[in-house]
Design a protein around this ligand. Structure first.
Ligand code: FAD
Length: 360
């Protein structure tokens, strides 16, 4: 059976590892750290679609039912009585994925910092790790996050855009059912958030292209009387259509920029891509053609993000005012989906054509 090397023991690497080990491949997951799940670099809000991919009970710590959006002068609340998204303990979640991979027969090798690979005459790949360890495999998968060394070594990295995200886990008083989203000049390249873990704990943060620290401090100062428990942060790659395969080398998850540019969420999209990748290897089909549907959604998120990033506070105020119309709220509640914008964007534009003004 073929030997597969996966670089990166994050959720996406471990999930693709599990699927391939289950299909009988000799799977080896190489992780640069000495443990799984640390450092945490995620807000941990994941759409309800997650439960259609994996069972979630062991790592979900809260379930939110709605969101409040703020622009400079307007507010838009979307309340439901049904769960809309999970808040996960990201460290527990990553460990769960690693356990699943191991159960299926994958090996996880810690303290293996991948450096580069070279092709051998027989088509196999020779991987080089820090401290001169080597490994030979038939297939290499880069699930090594936003600055993927596999992508660089395969010359698949190219020009990429990133946001820098920072958040604080804090102690205070919060509505456990509601996420808060702050739009406009407070965070011009993206948005700022308050994501509750419970009624006494939340993750407060934002992501931007530049001056992240300064903007984060200003945003955090809007919430006095908080106890800071810890700071977390990391890079969020913005989706761009690029090659994600070169012969027997594949990229998946953040390494392949499979992240929604609207929300910065990459867990569900990365898991869907991992499924497509495992399936394409097992069935010897094209990975890139299996990604077509997901890429279409990701492309739309990038288009929406570009439009949003050009918006002034005035435009955001107008957008939230329109969103408050009962027919829009109703349509959002009925069709809204954090992962698949094509499911609702056109329906909502059809219901309220004045929203088009926002786009031009
Ligand atoms: C601030 C912030 C907030 C976010 N919030 C959310 C959110 O709320 N919801 C959501 O869905 N997504 C969120 N994301 C995105 C999400 O975290 C990623 O999309 C997701 O982690 C991608 O998983 P992955 O397995 O592809 O990569 P990662 O989770 O980055 O895992 C990559 C793994 O590869 C290892 N690695 C890297 N380089 C090497 C190397 N050279 N050798 C060996 N190992 C290596 C790393 O140590 C790591 O374990 C957020 C991201 C950030 C930065």
């Amino acid at each position: 059976m073929k030997t597969i090397a996966i670089i990166g023991g994050g959720p996406i690497g471990c999930y693709v590892g599990k699927l391939l080990a289950k299909a009988g491949y000799n799977v080896n997951i190489f992780e640069e750290h000495s443990t799984i799940g640390r450092p945490v670099q995620c807000t941990g809000i994941i759409s309800k679609n997650l439960k259609d991919i994996v069972p979630v009970d062991s790592f979900v710590i809260n379930k939110v039912k709605g969101a409040t959006f703020y622009s400079k002068h307007k507010k838009f609340e979307l309340h439901t009585n049904k769960m809309q998204a999970y808040i996960v303990d990201r460290c527990k979640m990553d460990k769960w994925f690693a356990q699943q991979a191991k159960k299926a027969g994958a090996k996880i090798l810690f303290n293996h910092n991948f450096q580069s690979f070279s092709r051998q005459k027989n088509g196999k790949l020779k991987l080089k790790f820090e401290n001169n360890k080597n490994f030979v495999c038939d297939i290499l998968i880069g699930a090594d996050g936003p600055v993927s060394r596999v992508a660089k070594s395969a010359k698949l990295f190219g020009k990429r855009d990133f946001l820098v995200g920072i958040q604080a886990r804090v102690k205070g008083k919060f509505n456990p059912d509601h996420v808060e989203v702050y739009l406009g000049s407070i965070c011009p390249d993206f948005f700022a958030w308050v994501v509750p873990e419970s009624s006494t704990r939340a993750r407060i943060g934002l992501a931007t292209k530049a001056n992240t620290n300064k903007k984060f401090k200003k945003f955090l100062s809007m919430f006095p009387n908080l106890d800071i428990l810890e700071y977390q942060g990391g890079l969020i790659p913005m989706y761009k259509e690029k090659k994600v395969q070169k012969k027997n080398v594949y990229l998946v998850g953040d390494a392949a920029m499979q992240v929604k540019a609207t929300t910065g969420g990459g867990v569900v999209t990365g898991l869907l891509a991992a499924k497509a990748l495992a399936d394409s290897i097992v069935r010897k089909k094209s990975y890139e053609s299996k990604l077509k549907k997901l890429n279409r959604e990701l492309k739309i998120t990038r288009m929406i993000r570009k439009i949003l990033n050009k918006s002034s506070d005035k435009k955001y105020n107008a957008l939230l005012e329109l969103a408050n119309k009962p027919k829009i709220k109703k349509a959002l509640l009925k069709h809204g989906d954090m992962d698949f914008p094509t499911k609702f964007v056109f329906k909502i534009l059809f219901k309220e054509p004045r929203l088009l003004r926002f786009f031009f």
